[in-house]
Ligand binder design. Structure first.
Ligand code: AKB
Length: 316
């Protein structure tokens, strides 16, 4: 029998593109999208959709039973920048939703779970360059703390209860189809929009802040690949390092200037600078490449061309 999937947080940046990809792969009716509201109308109208609050255990359980779900992608989370404004809410949302899904899997209602972690699990004491899979993790944001603790719980549920939970540590994800919400890496999406609409952009990170990033297509491919890999190949049950490209605001601006010579970038760092300064500049993801054949496709130049080409169409 083919798998029946529930995506929690399907209206968000990664969730919405993941829903489309999973529907293309497994069929529209096999993938139930859910979110706390129906604001993402494209998502709501593109196939089965339910309103589910990720903190509502009963609602998640009812949907799993009613729809014969065997796999959950838990994409709802409060990200790093918003999390610093609402630390307790970030803790409640990010941890409770994870426990609900892990417990439903432990109770035999699910066969497989995907839960995203983040480069935010690392902190200022982590080696900044080519950050290893296993290293010091002393995150300084509440978002990073929830992801680090979540990773420990995922591994615990796998070892203690045999829950098939899989995870990657996403870097900043860049897409022309959906906007990110409340992250520190959001500048790398905003800059492309502003290049088209205003011809200039004021970055909230300083010009030489290098962070790990990835084009959305690569992030979706990684997610699908990880979830399709035979269980025995998944040697890491906390979360896999995942890497594609690293760049600074001045480097992404230079890649835009190649296409739009008049594009201008200004710098006005805000509270997000301190978050970015606590994160790695580049990531060693050799374990993901070895265990489930992960490889990325897009470099900075290819990503910039793809972003600009599609945003020109969108704004015209
Ligand atoms: C954020 O900036 O908070 C996220 C992330 C790196 O997890 N994009």
């Amino acid at each position: 029998m083919s798998s029946k999937i529930l995506i929690i947080g399907a209206g968000g940046q990664i969730g919405s593109e993941l829903t489309t990809a999973l529907r293309e792969k497994y069929g529209t009716d096999s993938v139930i999208a859910s979110d706390i509201n129906d604001r993402n109308t494209k998502m709501v109208n593109s196939g089965p959709f339910e309103i589910i609050n990720a903190m509502d255990y009963d609602a998640i359980k009812a949907s799993i039973i009613a729809n014969n779900i065997d796999t959950v992608y838990l994409m709802a989370a409060m990200l790093s920048a918003t999390g610093e404004k609402h630390p307790e809410k970030a803790w409640d949302l990010n941890m409770n939703s994870l426990f609900h899904v892990l417990n439903l899997a432990k109770d035999g209602l699910l066969k497989k779970v995907f839960w995203p972690s983040s480069i935010a699990v690392f902190g200022p004491t982590t080696p900044r360059h080519n950050t290893p899979q296993h290293t010091i993790c002393e995150p300084t944001t509440v978002y990073g703390i929830t992801k680090q603790v979540g990773e420990r719980w995922c591994e615990y549920y796998f070892k203690r209860y045999g829950v098939d939970v899989r995870s990657v540590r996403y870097p900043g994800i860049i897409s022309y189809k959906t906007l990110p919400g409340g992250g520190t890496t959001d500048y790398a999406v905003e800059i492309y929009h502003k290049a088209i609409t205003d011809g200039e952009y004021t970055s909230f990170l300083s010009e030489d802040t290098e962070l790990p990033m990835m084009f959305m297509d690569d992030a979706i491919n990684a997610t699908l690949k990880l979830m399709e890999a035979p269980s025995n190949n998944i040697k890491i049950r906390s979360s896999y390092n995942l890497s594609a490209i690293s760049f600074t605001p001045s480097e992404i601006a230079a890649s835009i200037t190649k296409e739009f010579p008049n594009f201008k970038i200004n710098y006005n760092p805000d509270f997000r600078q301190a978050i970015a300064d606590s994160w790695p500049a580049s990531i060693d993801d050799s374990a993901a490449r070895a265990d489930w054949n992960w490889e990325h496709q897009y470099d900075l130049t290819q990503m910039t061309l793809e972003m600009l080409k599609n945003l020109i169409i969108k704004y015209n």
